[in-house]
Design a protein around this ligand. Structure first.
Ligand code: SAM
Length: 474
C-alpha cells in the first residue's frame, strides 16, 4: 500500500509503513554498528530515509545522541552558516468555521471577539511592522469562505506589497492559510507569495479526525494532499509542519519525513521549510489537556534529527518558544525565527512595545522581546540576523534554491545578502547598542566572503546603504 509517488494521502503517509518504521527503529535502537553506518550516511549530507531516521530517533545512547547533535550543528553551519532569517506573523482574521480542538479560533468559541482587518487596518499593521524593521511576513488567517474568501487574502497581499513607508518594504509574504483548491493556489502564486505554509497538525488520521471534528478541515485527505495541489498551482516553495503535542512525536516525525520524501518523489523538490510548533496555552485551550506534550530535550532531538535528515530544508521556530529553547535549537539547525511577534488580529499598530492585546491572541507568546532585542541577542550569541528575501525575487525557488545550496555558493550569495540587509536594519531601525554590535559584526563578517569580487561589491553596497540606497541583492 505504501507508495511515496502516490497522490493519495493514505498511500504516501501509509499508517502501516509509519508503524513498521517505528518498530524497526525500536528494534535497532541499541544496534551500534547500524547507528554508526546511518551516521556515516548522514555525514554525506544527502539526508536520510524515514526508516534510518526512525532508528536515530529511537536511540537513547547518550554518546550517540551527542554525535547527532554535533553533526546537526555542523550541517547547519555548512548549509546555513551563522545566518538566521527573520520574519513576523501578521494575523488578518480570526473568523473560522473549523472546530480544531487545540485552537482558540474554533467556531464554538463564542467569547472571543471576531476580528477581520480592513485594508486600512492591514496598512496600519504593515507600517508598524516596517517601522520595527521587518521585511518578511507570514500571513495567518482562520478558514471562513464567507468572511475570509481567497479574494480577501489576495487583497491583503496586494496591500502589503504596495506599502512603502519611509525606507520600509515588505519584500516577501509567506502565506499560512487553510488547504484550498489548485485554482486558489494559482492565484496566490500569481500574487507573488513566497512560501505556502500549512501545518499538518497531526499525520495520524484517526487522531486528526477527532481533533478536527467539524468544518472543512475535518477532511484528512484534502488537508494532507494540499501541498500537491499547491505545487500543481505553481507554488514551488511549500512549508510543512506538525503541531507537536497532539500525537506521539515519533509517529509525527516519521510521517513528516515521509511527506518530504513524497514531495521529492512526485515534484522533484522537497519542502522549502519545516516548522516545529508546540501547543501553547490560549484563550480556552489548556495544553495539559493533550497527552503528548514533549519536553525540551525531546524537542531539541527532533530539531537536530530534522536537520540531519533533510539538510536542504529550512527550519522555522516561532515565539511559541522561549529565549532559552530558541538559543538551543538555533545551534542544532533552525534557520528562521520570528521576532517581536503579535499573534492577535491587529496586534501591532497603536500598541507600545510593552502593550500586548490578548483578546484575539491565537496562543501565548513565550519570547516577548522586541525585534531590536532579538536582533541584538542573536548577534551577541554569534549569529547574523538576516532580512534577506533575495532568492524568490531572483527566481531561485524550488529546485533552483536547492541547487544554490548544493553548489556551495551560499557563502558568496546568502552571506553578503544577510550583511547588506542587516546593514539596512542597523541604519533604519536599530537602537544604539544593536547598531554598535552590528557594525562590528558586518566588518568582521565581510572578510569571510570567499569570492574576492563578491566581497568588494558587498563592501561597496554597504557604503551605499549608509548613504541612503536600499534593496541590493546578489
Ligand atoms: N487556519 C489555517 C489552517 O488551518 O491551517 C491557518 C493556520 S493557524 C492561523 C496557524 C497554526 O497555529 C495552526 O496550523 C496550528 O498548528 C497553530 N496553532 C493553533 N492553535 C495553537 C495553540 N494553541 N498553540 C500553538 N499553536 C497553535
Amino acid at each position: 500500500m505504501y507508495n511515496p509517488k502516490s497522490l493519495k494521502a493514505e498511500e504516501f503517509i501509509d499508517h502501516e509503513e509509519v508503524l513498521a518504521s517505528l518498530a524497526y527503529g525500536e528494534a535497532h535502537k541499541d544496534d551500534i554498528p547500524l547507528i554508526d553506518s546511518i551516521l556515516e550516511k548522514a555525514k554525506l549530507r544527502k539526508g536520510l530515509s524515514h526508516r534510518d531516521a526512525a532508528v536515530l530517533m529511537a536511540c537513547e545512547i547518550p554518546e550517540k545522541v551527542q554525535e547527532f547533535y554535533a553533526l546537526a550543528h555542523q550541517i547547519k553551519l555548512d548549509f546555513y552558516g551563522n545566518r538566521i532569517v527573520m520574519f513576523a506573523p501578521l494575523y488578518l482574521s480570526n473568523y473560522c468555521v473549523n472546530g480544531c480542538v487545540y485552537c482558540p479560533y474554533h467556531h464554538q468559541n463564542k467569547h472571543i471577539p471576531r476580528v477581520k482587518l480592513t485594508q486600512e487596518q492591514v496598512r496600519d499593521e504593515v507600517i508598524a511592522l516596517q517601522d520595527m524593521g521587518h521585511k518578511r511576513l507570514a500571513i495567518e488567517c482562520g478558514e471562513d469562505p464567507v468572511n475570509n474568501p481567497i479574494e480577501y487574502v489576495l487583497d491583503c497581499i496586494k496591500t502589503i506589497y504596495s506599502i512603502k513607508h519611509k525606507n520600509g518594504a515588505i519584500r516577501r509574504v509567506n502565506v499560512n492559510i487553510a488547504a484550498t483548491t489548485v485554482e486558489n493556489y494559482r492565484k496566490l502564486h500569481e500574487a507573488g507569495i513566497g512560501t505556502y505554509i500549512l501545518f499538518q497538525e497531526t499525520y495520524h488520521k484517526e487522531s486528526y479526525e477527532k481533533l478536527h471534528p467539524v468544518g472543512p478541515k475535518h477532511n484528512y485527505a484534502y488537508h494532507t494532499e494540499a501541498m500537491d495541489r499547491a505545487m500543481e498551482g505553481g507554488i514551488d516553495d511549500v512549508g510543512l509542519g506538525v503541531l507537536f503535542g497532539l500525537e506521539l512525536y515519533r509517529y509525527e516525525f516519521v510521517a513528516l519525513l515521509m511527506h518530504a520524501e513524497h514531495l521529492e518523489a512526485v515534484h522533484g523538490v522537497g519542502p522549502h521549510t519545516i516548522s516545529v510548533p508546540r501547543i501553547k496555552r490560549a484563550d480556552d485551550i489548556d495544553p495539559s489537556a493533550f497527552d503528548n506534550g514533549i519536553d525540551d530535550d525531546t524537542f531539541a532531538k527532533i530539531c537536530a534529527l530534522i536537520r540531519i535528515c533533510v539538510p536542504y530544508t529550512g527550519m522555522i521556530i516561532s515565539t511559541r518558544e522561549s529565549e532559552a529553547v530558541r538559543s538551543r535549537v538555533i545551534g542544532l539547525g533552525v534557520s528562521q525565527i520570528s521576532g517581536g511577534s503579535r499573534t492577535s488580529v491587529g496586534g501591532y499598530a497603536g500598541y507600545t512595545p510593552d502593550e500586548r492585546p490578548h483578546d484575539t491572541e491565537q496562543f501565548d507568546v513565550s519570547d516577548q522581546r522586541s525585534l531590536d532585542e532579538v536582533v541584538c541577542w542573536l548577534m551577541e550569541i554569534g549569529y547574523i540576523p538576516s532580512f534577506c528575501t533575495a532568492c524568490y525575487r531572483e527566481g531561485r525557488t524550488g529546485d533552483r534554491f536547492m541547487s544554490l545550496c548544493k553548489s556551495g555558493q551560499i557563502q558568496n550569495c546568502c552571506h553578503p545578502n544577510a550583511l547588506m540587509t542587516l546593514k539596512e536594519f542597523l541604519v533604519d531601525y536599530a537602537s544604539d547598542k544593536t547598531r554598535r554590535i552590528g557594525e562590528k559584526m558586518i566588518e568582521d563578517e565581510l572578510k569571510t566572503i570567499p569570492n574576492e569580487k563578491a566581497r568588494a561589491i558587498c563592501a561597496e553596497r554597504i557604503k551605499l546603504i549608509e548613504q541612503g540606497q536600499r534593496d541590493f541583492r546578489f
